[in-house]
Design a protein around this ligand. Sequence first.
Ligand code: HEC
Length: 312
Amino acid sequence: MRRTALIGVLGAFLLAGAGATAAHDGAHPSATPAPSVKRPGAGYFPNVELLTQDGRAVRFYDDLLKGKSVAIAFMFTSCQDVCPLETANMVQLRRQLGERAGKDIHLYSISIDPQTDTPAALKAYAEKFGADWTFLTGQPEDIKLIGKKLGMIRDRDKPTSRESHHGAILMIGDEPTGQWTRNSAVDNPRFLAARIGTFLGWRDNAPQRSYAEAKPLTLDNGQRLFQSKCSACHSIGRGDRLGPDLAGVTDRRERAWLASYIADSGKMREQGDAVAIALHNKYKKIGMPYLALGSSDIADLISYLQTRSTPQ
Ligand code: HEC
């Protein structure tokens, strides 16, 4: 009861189909589901065969979902924009989850470009990011079906194009209770971890602080952008993460170079910029992602890096 109420507060929803049944049958969506209510389960999710990054064959329902709590994201290894940020953020989330990961909650990254993403390609990608959870590939039509059943891929989506990528969604689900909730995969990892704990009813979960408390309105635009779009990969003065420590970057690089680089580092490499190429070769070729930032956001980010880098 307690847990169902909490879930109600979070605005969790049941998946399409089974969800509709529950909402219309039951007098109250937040009431404890009657045993007769159909939930997304064995008959709902396809039990298709997928391959892990180690080349192990697994069944989607039987091996990955049944009886488990899960967090599922879609990605593809050649994605230059949101996926690297998403995966980097999931690495931070994985860290927050600590020992619960792989036990109380299973993380899955499923490739939506399965023809390119062989198990070996996924393994190399996971290793580059230091990701220790399960990456999956399979038959394109099977993966599309999984995406549709999870409500993460729509028919009209061309998921692997830069213009309409798959959105950075992290679906959190608890198969035994049939409860699912949709989150942004690029949300602050500490909040994501807390939200998952609340959703799954973990008892020793740290109390969840509200956004209002955690993000004071005084946060300037540059700082806010840095936290949401850069800090999964960069620190300022706390050492390298997936990308270089950005302390002092405004001293070691020209402002115009920084602006072009933050706008589209891939393009600079294509144009033969020696510094961009050297950086790329040094940092395991993860690549500074294309984040589609406007010029005023980039200016705010550079000012923020400047204030944080200036020696006191
Ligand atoms: C997915 C991880 C990731 C994210 C997110 C990311 N970066 Fe990077 N960044 C890198 C990597 C990796 C490099 C090293 C170059 C490369 O591999 O291409 C880099 C390099 C840089 C450099 C060059 C550093 C130097 O020494 O000259 C700057 C500046 C930079 N990033 C700024 C940003 C900013 C600003 C954001 C947020 C708007 C951001 N990055 C988001 C991974 C990331």
